[in-house]
Design a protein around this ligand. Sequence first.
Ligand SMILES: Nc1ncnc2c1ncn2[C@@H]1O[C@H](COP(=O)(O)OP(=O)(O)OP(=O)(O)O)[C@@H](O)[C@H]1O
Length: 457
Amino acid sequence: MKQLLIVEDDPGLQSQMRWCFSDDVEVSVASDRDTALAALRRLEPQVVTLDLGLPPDPGGATEGFALLEDILRLSPQTKVVVVTGREDKENAVKAVGMGASDFYQKPLDADILTFVVNRAFRLAELEQENRLLASQNNGTHIKGIVASSPEMLTICRTVEKVAPTDVTTLITGETGTGKELLAQALHDHSQRADKPFAAINCAAIPENLLESELFGFEKGSFTGATQSKKGKIESANGGTLFLDEIGDMPMPLQAKLLRFLQERVVDRVGSVKPIPVDVRVVCATHRNVQDLIAEGAFREDLYYRISEITLDVPALRDREGDAIVIAQSLLMSLGKQMDRPNLSFSEDAALAISAYAWPGNVREMINKVKRAIIMADDKRITAEDLLLPYEQACDSDYQLNLRQVREHAERKAILQALSSCGHNMAQASRLLGITRPTLYNLTDKYRIETSTATNGT
Ligand SMILES: Nc1ncnc2c1ncn2[C@@H]1O[C@H](COP(=O)(O)OP(=O)(O)OP(=O)(O)O)[C@@H](O)[C@H]1O
């Protein structure tokens, strides 16, 4: 939602100015410097109109200039439109020199004022988009990958280095972390980019069909094989073959794949004539391959073949700062696609996004952002729209104001005390220096689970 703060000490002008703006702008008013600063902190307006002649110096401009400095220091991205008297060009120019984005001269003309203010909103919006794009491009030149965490930027750099080589690469990581995206990036950044990228999900195809899918078959090799068909490996010739969920490949096929990787020829089902194929192989799995080897479900020799280079993609919760930049980028792209382009996250949503553990990683985030775009009542998406638990936001480093800092600290101390004395409420309350009823009130307030605290006497 567009937030406009009007700083004006004349009540008549205040209400005239209020009426200039349509419903899509939320207008608030302040008559002096302190009220204006409080509103700035609370509402974070994108645009402020600032009458330089404020009390205690309504005839001069000292208080107005002091406030202008405060605003630009506290919130440099806020666009300040300075309002001056008709003869007061000098101060207007000085204000712009100090960092105001524009000026407007009295007497009030509704058309000009809305024009100037809307231009300031547009500028604020463009700058916001720019900041977002700059943070997305933060070191990664890989299409589709949004990242700002050092962990992910390192992975992207490795991809850029490894891509031009032909080494067989294994990408591991939880589901939805972007393994397929990275496999595609390895292809796009290689000499093979203009050749096919053929992907196959080894877990999605029934065991009896996987062999012919991968290696192809000759006419008449089984019932229903009315003509010969190339397999995925052959169809990737010259390009890249992406074997997703390689950990789920059945043992007999692992042997056949190993032979292919060693000899670089495929034997179609029902054929005795090996066909040479030139592909670069990239594999991925969300499973722990070492465990599979220990269980006897994966061939160790195949593992060494496919993991000449391994990229271990961290879970979203282990990438500091990535969740919020990816969520912002998804909101922009999905918002446009779904015809709700001007949505933004409320503070509680941003906090909840950073604090949530994202077990389904980016895939889960895509679903939640899509849902929120549909559910949001106005321009601000809340934690509730995202179906994220608000209390988890307390774990975040982002703190909006003192209340939140205090609540965060209180909640953390209670959780620590409870866990250090085995959820014994009496002990925990002594440790915290409060009474047991107070502790119960606080655990209710912060919705802290006390069900294990049955022995709290
Ligand atoms: N860093 C990122 N920036 C933007 N989008 C991302 C990022 N990582 C993943 N995505 C998106 O999230 C979705 C899931 O990614 P992808 O399919 O690559 O994950 P995966 O690890 O291969 O998942 P699975 O193991 O379930 O196959 C895709 O739509 C992808 O575009």
